[in-house]
Design a protein around this ligand. Structure first.
Ligand SMILES: Cc1ncc(COP(=O)(O)O)c(C=O)c1O
Length: 422
């Protein structure tokens, strides 16, 4: 160290994205110039959207759009301050009361993003002598929360209950309080948390359970109440986190639990206290989506029907989908370059998808993350399937027994998934 370093030198050396841009394969930040939800326009071309978290397809429901517009007319476009001071609307409080009831908890608290929920909740609940046990594939916002929290974080192998128990056995007695935290539905692989087992283990080792249900709400449970309801163990989940940026067709997030714990978070979580409140239109959108979820089960039924249809189609073609049972259906590709090239080709053919590469997945395990909506028509899905079949063959992913065997081995080694047939 000599005091002569240039803080920005890492930026000047950062070439990864520039290299892809130069090759015409950069798949990120594609400007969308129009959208109907199921279809988007990028680069002047219409594409079927199979890369969105709009699971219930409610972003373009006329009733939802009308509710957002009415909120703007009544309250204006923004809250211009924290809930704590000048930004607290009756809409926020109504939404909190309704959400608490929906997810079966005493109270809920809305933040302006889901990211803030995880960061703020872990940041204020985990003291120096406490510990977090966190699944290795948890979302980046949980990772951020564990970094803000004062206590230690110990990571267990993805959805591996033996590993969790082994770590607990060796470490639990060193700490005061403990939290086990995991996504209910994992955002990249689409697999579902083994929540019943987590609860059993948590009881034995005196841990609290925190489920990030960003991708479980609107997807699992009879009306979309999430992973705890799906397994019938919701009463044993201490904290349920949700976001409005997926099935709720909006922006913002919430934490739900007992009244005392939520009250504490409300007065201690910095991202809640020191950031502006959710915009009125966002709160009204989430409320209207909740109305629809509670009264119109046909949306979640369509979502399941569409997901099963595509999942079956993809497996019959020979794709390794990591055995996903949710609307997030990954296609295991292997190397990053092929994943980028396939994404680009699909884009040209009118299908919008997103590649997932390291560090979001292990090195050499690149995926194309596809995800489906209640509102997709059979024509949308058939169009996507036809082109996925075409590019799969073109890039040697399909119809290539050696490649299939290699991908099955990757799925087993890195995602603990056994090869399945359609
Ligand atoms: C599992 C998970 N948790 C939290 C978040 C953050 O939610 P938000 O988009 O509301 O900030 C996301 C969104 O990507 C997510 O996938």
């Amino acid at each position: 160290m000599n005091g002569n370093g240039d803080l920005f030198s890492k930026c000047y050396r950062f070439e990864d994205a520039k290299r892809l841009q130069a090759m015409g394969l950069y798949p990120y930040f594609r400007p969308i110039t129009g959208s109907t939800g199921n279809n988007v326009v990028t680069g002047g071309k219409r594409q079927v959207m199979i890369g969105s978290n709009n699971y219930l397809g409610l972003t373009h429901d006329p009733r939802v759009m009308e509710a957002a517009q009415a909120a703007i007319s009544k309250y204006g476009t923004g809250c211009t301050g924290s809930r704590f001071l000048n930004g607290n609307l009756d809409l926020h409080e109504e939404l909190e009361a309704r959400l608490a009831k929906f997810v079966g908890k005493e109270a809920a608290l809305c933040f302006s993003t889901g990211f803030f929920v995880n960061q703020g909740t872990l940041g204020c609940l985990i003291g120096r002598s406490d510990v977090i046990y966190s699944d290795r594939e948890n979302h980046a916002s949980i990772v951020e929360g564990t970094q803000v929290a004062l206590g230690d974080t110990l990571r267990f192998r993805h959805n591996d209950m033996e590993d969790l128990e082994r770590i607990l056995k060796n470490t639990r007695q060193k700490y005061e309080g403990a939290m086990i935290i995991a996504d209910g539905v994992f955002s990249m692989s689409g697999d579902i948390l083994n929540l019943p087992k987590i609860i059993e283990i948590a009881k034995r080792y005196n841990c609290k359970v925190y489920v990030d249900d960003a991708h479980g709400l609107g997807v699992l449970g009879e009306l979309g109440q999430g992973t705890g309801h799906h397994f019938g163990v919701n009463q044993d989940v201490d904290l349920v986190m949700g976001t409005f940026s997926k099935s709720f067709a909006s922006m913002g997030g919430f934490i739900a639990g007992t009244a005392d714990v939520v009250h504490y978070i409300k007065h201690r979580a910095r991202p809640f206290m020191f950031s502006a409140a959710m915009a009125p239109s966002a709160a009204a959108t989430a409320l209207k989506c909740l109305d629809i979820m509670e009264t119109e089960p046909e949306h979640i039924q369509n979502l399941r029907k569409n997901s099963e249809y595509v999942s079956k189609g993809l497996r019959e073609m020979g794709y390794n989908t990591l055995n996903s049972k949710t609307p997030i259906i990954p296609l295991l590709i292997g190397d990053d370059a092929t994943a980028f090239a396939i994404t680009q080709k699909l884009c040209e053919e009118g299908v919008f998808t997103t590649p997932v590469v390291r560090p979001a997945v292990p090195e050499g395990c690149a995926l194309i993350r596809t995800s489906y909506m209640a509102s997709h028509t059979k024509d949308d899905l058939d169009y996507a399937l036809e082109h996925l079949a075409k590019v799969g063959k073109e890039f040697g992913i399909l119809g290539n027994p050696e490649k299939t065997e290699m991908l099955n081995k990757l799925a087993f080694d890195h995602f603990s998934v056994h090869a399945t047939t359609a």
